[in-house]
Design a protein around this ligand. Structure first.
Ligand SMILES: Nc1ncnc2c1ncn2[C@@H]1O[C@H](COP(=O)(O)OP(=O)(O)OP(=O)(O)O)[C@@H](O)[C@H]1O
Length: 657
C-alpha cells in the first residue's frame, strides 16, 4: 500500500486519507455520474475555500509584498503566439504505446515505474522492507500478472537503475527509447512490448471564431499573456525596473496518462510571477539581504548526475555566493517560495529544492530550480523557478517588431562602432509586398557578425541572402539597390536592453494536495479520527459553532455569534445537528476547522462561551467579547493558541467534552 506519513510520523494507507477527502468533499471527480474523465476534478466547498485562501495568501505574500502588477489575461491563445514561444514545436512529452492493448504510457513515467518495481523486487528478494503502492497493485492485479516480483538483481544493475532514476527528468525521446530497449521495459500490466516513444504535444487545440481561420490553444501556462503586455506594464510602472507582473488563472495540459489524483490533472490553477531584471550587474536583488540567512535543502544537478538524491542544507546566501544558485534574484525568489510554502503548513523536512539538469532545462534558461514536496507519490515538483533569460521577450519582439525593451538614459553617452543596415524603403515595399515588414524585421535582427559578412557579400556579389521564416522558401535574396550595410559610429545616450525574466510558477492544486498530506494526522493513532491541521489563515472554515444540544434556548446565541463572526470577516459554520459534541468536533477535525465555540446552559445565564483548539482539544472559557477577540487574533495569526491559554482561563468542564 502507498502510505502517507502523517505529521505525527504514523504510516496511514493513502486510501484512508483519500476517502476522507472525498467524503468531506474537498474534491470529487468531474462528471462522475457519466463515468468521469481522468485528470479532471471538481472542488467541493472545503476544497474551494482552501484554494481561495491559498491564493489570497499568495497575493499577500508576493503581489502585495513586492508591489507586483497583477494581470488577468485570456486563456484562449492564438496559434501564432504559442508558435513564437516555442510551445507548438516543443511543448511535448514522450509517449509510447502498447500495440496489443492500445494502452498509452508517458515514456519517462513507464521507465520510472518499471525500474522502481524491479528495485522493490530486488529489495524483497534481499529480505529488506518495501513499501507497496496499494492502488497501483490493485489496478495491476485487475488487469493481469504485473505484480512486483521478488527477483534479486546484480549489484551493478541496481546501481545503474538507481543512477537512471536519479536523472529520469534528464532524458529526451531518443534517450528513453535506448533505455526501453536496454532494460527491456514492457507494459507492467501485460508484459507486452511497447513501441518507441513519440512526442505528444500537450496543448488542447481549438479554433477561435466560426470560420476556423484562426487556430488557437487553451494556454498551457499564464506566462505568455504577461510577456505580451510587458511594454504596457513597464509604462504603467513609470519605466521603473526591476518589476514583476503576476497572474493567477487556469492552465490546460492534455497530460498523457494522469494517474496521480490532484497532482497531475488536465486543467489546473497556476499562479505565476514574471520578474523582469536587468541582465547587467549580476542580477542583484535589492532585498536579498533580508533572505540571505534562510536555510534551505538543495539538491544540485551534479549530485543527481552522480546518481544520488542527497540534499545539502545551506543558506541561500552561501548558495548564491558559491555560484550553486546562479544569481541573487533567483536566490531571493527561492527563499520567498520556501517562506510561502512554510506559511501554508508545509513540513520543512519534506521540502527540497532540486536543480534542473542540463537537458531538462529549456535551452535558453540560465538556471532552474523546482520546489519539490515529499508525498506518498514520492517527491513532487510543486513550484518551478526558472531564470528564462531574455528568451520570451526577444522572440516576441523579433516576431512582431514591438519594442519589448527597457530604455534608460545613460549617465555618460556611449560611442559604439557598429555595422548598420539601411533599407531603401521606396523600393522595398513594391519588391516584397506583404512580406516587406517581416523581411525588415529579419534584417533588424541580424547579428553584428552576420552584418559584417553580408557587407562583403553585397560588395562582391551585388546581393545578399538571408533567412526569413515564413517568407517563400525561408531564404530571401536582397539586391544591392535595396540595401546598404556600413560600419559607422553611433553615440548612444539611451541604453536599450531586453530584461531577463525570473519566473516562479506555482501549481496551486499540487501544492494543496501535498500540503494536505503534510498537515494530516489521526487522533490517538486511530485512523478513523483524521485531523487536518491547517494553519488558521488558510483553513476552509475558521470556527465551528456548536450548541450543546438542540435545545431552543441556544439558537439565539449561536445566531448572534454567527452574525458577529461574519462582521469580523471570520468564516464559521453552525452544527446544531443532534450528533454528540464529540462527533461534531470529529467531523470538523476532518475539515480542518481550527476552532470551536460551544454554547451551553451557562452561556444562556452569563454570556460566557468556550473556545476549543483543534490540535490540542484544550478549551478556554471567557465572555463572548473576549472569545471573539481571541478568535480574530488567532485567525489573523497575530496570536497563537499558546498565547491565548496564557491569558484566558482554561476550561475543563465535563458537559462540553
Ligand atoms: N498536470 C498538472 N497538474 C497539476 N499541476 C501541474 C501540472 N503540470 C504542471 N503543474 C504545476 O505547474 C507548475 C509549473 O509547471 P511546469 O511547466 O514547470 O511543470 P512541469 O515541469 O511540466 O511538470 P511535470 O514535469 O510534473 O509535468 C508545476 O510546478 C506544477 O505545480
Amino acid at each position: 500500500m502507498a502510505t502517507v506519513t502523517t505529521k505525527t510520523g504514523q504510516a496511514v494507507d493513502r486510501l484512508v486519507l483519500d476517502s476522507m477527502l472525498r467524503r468531506r468533499m474537498f474534491y470529487t471527480p468531474s462528471f462522475e455520474i457519466y463515468g468521469g474523465v481522468s485528470g479532471l476534478y471538481d472542488y467541493g466547498p472545503p476544497g474551494t475555500a482552501l484554494i481561495a485562501n491559498m491564493t489570497e495568501l499568495w497575493r499577500k505574500h508576493f503581489v502585495l509584498e513586492e508591489d507586483m502588477l497583477e494581470v488577468d489575461c485570456t486563456m484562449l491563445t492564438p496559434h501564432d503566439i504559442l508558435k513564437t514561444s516555442g510551445h507548438v514545436d516543443k511543448f511535448a512529452d514522450w509517449m509510447c504505446k502498447d500495440p496489443k492493448t492500445g494502452e498509452i504510457f508517458r515514456a519517462d513515467h513507464l521507465v520510472e515505474e518499471v525500474l522502481e518495481n524491479r528495485l522493490k523486487g530486488d529489495k524483497e528478494a534481499r529480505g529488506q522492507k518495501v513499501e507497496v503502492d496499494a492502488e497501483k497493485e490493485a489496478k495491476k492485479k485487475k488487469k493481469s500478472k504485473g505484480e512486483t516480483k521478488a527477483v534479486k538483481l546484480d549489484d551493478a544493475l541496481v546501481k545503474e537503475y538507481e543512477e537512471t532514476l536519479a536523472q529520469i527528468d534528464n532524458y529526451d525521446g531518443p534517450d528513453l527509447e535506448k533505455l526501453i530497449a536496454k532494460y527491456d521495459i514492457r507494459n507492467p500490466a501485460t508484459d507486452g512490448k511497447v513501441e518507441p516513444p513519440v512526442a505528444f504535444n500537450l496543448m488542447f487545440q481549438t479554433s477561435i471564431g466560426p470560420t476556423s481561420n484562426m487556430p488557437g490553444y487553451l494556454r498551457p501556462e499564464t506566462a505568455q499573456g504577461q510577456f505580451l503586455n510587458f511594454q504596457k506594464l513597464l509604462e504603467f510602472n513609470q519605466q521603473g525596473m526591476p518589476f514583476a507582473s503576476a497572474s493567477i488563472g487556469k492552465s490546460f495540459r492534455n497530460e498523457i496518462s494522469p494517474r496521480a489524483g490532484l497532482l497531475r490533472v488536465r486543467e489546473f490553477l497556476m499562479a505565476e510571477i514574471e520578474h523582469y531584471v536587468d541582465p547587467e550587474g549580476g542580477k542583484k536583488h535589492p532585498r536579498f539581504a533580508e533572505v540571505k540567512d534562510v536555510e534551505m535543502s538543495l539538491l544540485d544537478r551534479n549530485v543527481q548526475l552522480s546518481g544520488s538524491t542527497k540534499t545539502t542544507k545551506m543558506t541561500i546566501g552561501e548558495a548564491v555566493e558559491t555560484g550553486l544558485v546562479d544569481n541573487e534574484t533567483l536566490g531571493y525568489f527561492l527563499a520567498r517560495i520556501q517562506a510561502f510554502l512554510l506559511k501554508l503548513g508545509i513540513d520543512f523536512n519534506k521540502l527540497r529544492f532540486r536543480q534542473h539538469m542540463a537537458n531538462e532545462m529549456a535551452h535558453y534558461a540560465a538556471d532552474c530550480w523546482d520546489a519539490e514536496l515529499q508525498t506518498s507519490y514520492g517527491w513532487i515538483e510543486c513550484v518551478g523557478c526558472a531564470d528564462r533569460s531574455a528568451f520570451d521577450l526577444t522572440v516576441h519582439k523579433n516576431k512582431t517588431g514591438a519594442p519589448l525593451v527597457v530604455r534608460e538614459t545613460r549617465a555618460e553617452p556611449l560611442r559604439i562602432e557598429e555595422w548598420q543596415v539601411d533599407v531603401e524603403k521606396k523600393k522595398f515595399g513594391p519588391r516584397f509586398k506583404k512580406d516587406a515588414k517581416t523581411v525588415e524585421n529579419a534584417i533588424e535582427a541580424l547579428s553584428q557578425e552576420l552584418r559584417e559578412k553580408l557587407s562583403l557579400d553585397l560588395e562582391q556579389q551585388g546581393k545578399i541572402e538571408i533567412d526569413v521564416e515564413g517568407v517563400g522558401s525561408g531564404k530571401v535574396e536582397i539586391e544591392k539597390d535595396l540595401i546598404r550595410i556600413e560600419k559607422r559610429t553611433r553615440v548612444e545616450n539611451v541604453r536599450e536592453y531586453t530584461p531577463n525574466v525570473i519566473e516562479p510558477s506555482f501549481g496551486i492544486g499540487r501544492i494543496m494536495y501535498s500540503m494536505i498530506e503534510h498537515v494530516y494526522w489521526s487522533r490517538a493513532g486511530d485512523e478513523a479520527r483524521g485531523v487536518l491541521s491547517f494553519p488558521p489563515s488558510i483553513a476552509p472554515t475558521k470556527v465551528l459553532l456548536v450548541p450543546l444540544s438542540t435545545n431552543a434556548a441556544f439558537k439565539p446565541l449561536t445566531q448572534n455569534l454567527s452574525m458577529k463572526l461574519r462582521r469580523l470577516g471570520v468564516s464559521s459554520r453552525v452544527d446544531d445537528s443532534s450528533a454528540s459534541i464529540g462527533k461534531r468536533y470529529a467531523r470538523n477535525d476532518e475539515l480542518g476547522t481550527p476552532f470551536g465555540i460551544t454554547v451551553d446552559f451557562q452561556s444562556v445565564k452569563d454570556n460566557t462561551i468556550t473556545l476549543r483548539d483543534r490540535d490540542t482539544t484544550k478549551q478556554v472559557r471567557a465572555s463572548e467579547d473576549e472569545i471573539l477577540q481571541a478568535v480574530k487574533s488567532l485567525v489573523d495569526e497575530d496570536e497563537t493558541w499558546a498565547d491565548i491559554v496564557k491569558r484566558l482561563p482554561e476550561f475543563t468542564g465535563q458537559e462540553i467534552e
